[in-house]
Design a protein around this ligand. Structure first.
Ligand code: ZN
Length: 126
């Protein structure tokens, strides 16, 4: 049995080992292990990687509108309303994309065996 693509399984929020089990037990809380194949996920940590990529991506999408809307000749009330709508869309995009980005990064980490850097000898400090 070949392993599924870490990116495709991450986009579906599924385990990158079996492609079947769900990664999350709630919005961004990982399962302790895959419910299907039992892969351990307690020590996995994507840190702030997903937030960085999602925030940066949404910012790039939204930035042109943040410059264009103030230059459009329309009453101030409409501009404020446009900014509120844009902010709601940005927050919605971020909240929707965060679990997907976390799942993809987690599956990529596990696929490539990424772990914390170790410096020096393994048994020092004893
Ligand atoms: Zn699995």
């Amino acid at each position: 049995m070949s392993k599924p693509s870490p990116i495709l399984s991450g986009l579906q929020l599924k385990c990158g080992n079996c492609g079947e089990g769900k990664l999350f037990r709630s919005y961004l809380k990982l399962n302790d292990s895959c419910p299907v194949c039992g892969r351990e996920m307690t020590n996995e940590d994507t840190a702030d990687g997903p937030a960085f990529f999602v925030g940066f991506g949404v910012l790039i999408l939204a930035a042109p509108f943040m410059f264009i809307v103030p230059m459009i000749p329309m009453p101030l009330g409409f501009k404020i309303l446009a900014f509120l709508v844009m902010s709601a869309i940005m927050i919605g995009l971020i909240l929707a994309a965060l679990p997907i980005a976390k799942a993809v990064l987690l599956n990529l980490q596990l696929h490539h065996g990424a772990e914390e850097a170790h410096f020096g000898k393994e048994d020092d400090g004893a």
